[in-house]
Design a protein around this ligand. Structure first.
Ligand code: GUN
Ligand code: ZN
Length: 427
């Protein structure tokens, strides 16, 4: 075995979804994990793994949680430098802060600098896979993929297409959106651990012609994901119905243009009609919950328990920089608090699953990342469950593993992330 490593700690292994069975049934804690050649070889007792790989280097993280790296299923790396911008809601936030910042990405050097900064930040928070929107500049996609590739990351990204409702400097056309996206797919999709997502920003910034063109492209490139936004704020939904008078609802603005399918990722999706919920569930499309964003820009309270009951696939995300953090721990905490407001106490196992296996499944990568099991890619994090004095004193009272983990979910940040492995390489 080349480069074999054994990592010890509380190795968290999910065998199913804690939304479908008790945490005790679907999750177990093992003593150690053996990785080699970028993948997980075996999980189990330290003695057994040492026998299997006597030459392995041992990394001791006793008392720490060894988890899959976090999977952030929706983010905007170009918004790194404008995160935590004050006082606006979605549409004026886009105009005031986001579009002016995204204009700066016509400069490839700036794009490269922010992509590097973003990936360094997310890695320091234990995120090893992200699905990111770029800007409308093809160079912003090249910059992101190049920086992700340099770090050995599994990453999803796409050029954000917009041919109306945005400054001229950010607008493309139906044809150029198709051409640029097609060329980017040829350049990046399937290279190393990178994959392309066709990315219409949202229905307010695409003409029907552009949505048609991207729907055709998705038909030609069915292995690509498609990522967009859906029903985030009520004012946005009103505008969508004015711009698409024939559409039955917001989701139909995508559906009628070939942009609804199992490999579709729909960010936010807070204010859905019964038809929209039924269609998303029937097609196996994924809704991405962005809880820190939904509170920060005042979008609304996503009813996670109800969407689980609808049978909709869910992922979890930061939505940086509409979201107010780079941390998937913060996203878990916000998801917990929002669910509490609608009467559901999400179990820590459910929160952790959403941030790892759930998001991986939403990205159709559940067979590669998001769980620690034989053959899975070795994207791992070692989490200190007593990383600060306030967390440590609560952790000291914990009577089981989930009680030990929960204070870190609620109060943890990058100080809890003690080590990160990307494709088996320690960062
Ligand atoms: N809807 C369209 N664009 C955006 C964006 O950049 N962030 C968020 N949160 N919602 C959007
Ligand atoms: Zn977004």
């Amino acid at each position: 075995m080349s480069g074999a490593q054994i990592i010890t700690g509380h190795v968290l292994c999910f065998e199913g979804s804690p939304f479908e069975a008790d945490a005790e049934t679907v999750a177990r804690i093992e003593e150690a994990v053996l990785i080699s050649d970028g993948v997980v070889v075996q999980v189990g007792a330290l003695g057994t793994l040492r026998k299997a790989a006597p030459e392995a280097e041992i990394h001791g993280f006793d008392g720490h949680l060894i988890s899959p790296g976090f999977v952030d299923a929706h983010a905007h790396y170009p918004q790194t430098a404008i995160i935590a911008s004050w006082g606006k809601r979605l549409l004026d936030w886009l105009e005031t802060y986001t579009f002016p910042e995204e204009m700066r990405f016509h400069d490839p050097d700036y794009a490269r600098k922010i992509a590097a900064r973003y990936l360094d930040l997310t890695l320091s928070h234990g995120t090893t896979t992200v699905a990111s929107f770029c800007t409308s500049h093809a160079a912003s996609v090249d910059a992101f993929f190049a920086e992700a590739q340099q770090r050995g990351l599994r990453a999803v990204a796409g050029k954000t297409c917009m041919d109306r409702g945005a400054p001229a400097g950010l607008c493309d056309t139906a044809q150029s959106a198709y051409d640029d996206s097609k060329a980017l797919i040829a350049r990046w999709h399937g290279q190393d651990r990178l994959s392309y997502a066709i990315t219409p920003r949202f229905s307010l910034t695409s003409t029907p012609d552009q949505l048609d063109a991207l729907g055709v492209l998705w038909g030609e490139e069915p292995n690509c994901l498609m990522q967009t936004h859906l029903s985030e704020q009520k004012e946005e939904i009103r505008k969508a119905s004015e711009l698409f008078p024939l559409a039955r609802d917001y989701l139909d603005t995508y559906e009628r243009h070939g942009l609804l399918g199992a490999r579709g990722l729909y960010g936010h999706a807070i204010h859905l009609t019964p038809r929209e919920r039924a269609r998303l569930a029937a097609l196996g499309a994924s809704v991405i919950h962005c809880p820190t964003s939904n509170t920060f820009i005042g979008s609304g309270l996503f009813d996670l328990a109800a969407r689980v009951a609808d049978g909709i696939n869910l992922g979890l995300a930061t939505d940086t920089g509409g979201g107010s953090s780079f941390s998937m721990l913060r996203a878990m905490a916000a998801a917990y608090e929002i669910a509490q407001l609608s009467g559901t106490a999400l179990h820590p196992a459910q929160l952790w699953w959403l941030a790892t296996a759930g998001s991986a499944q939403a990205l159709h990568m559940g067979d590669k990342i998001g769980r620690i099991a034989r053959g899975m890619e070795a994207d791992l994090v070692a989490i200190d469950l007593a990383s600060t004095p306030d967390i440590a004193q609560r952790h000291a009272r914990a009577e089981d593993i989930w009680e030990a983990i929960f204070p870190t979910i609620m109060m943890g940040d990058d100080r809890a992330v003690k080590a990160v492995w990307v494709g088996g390489v320690r960062n």
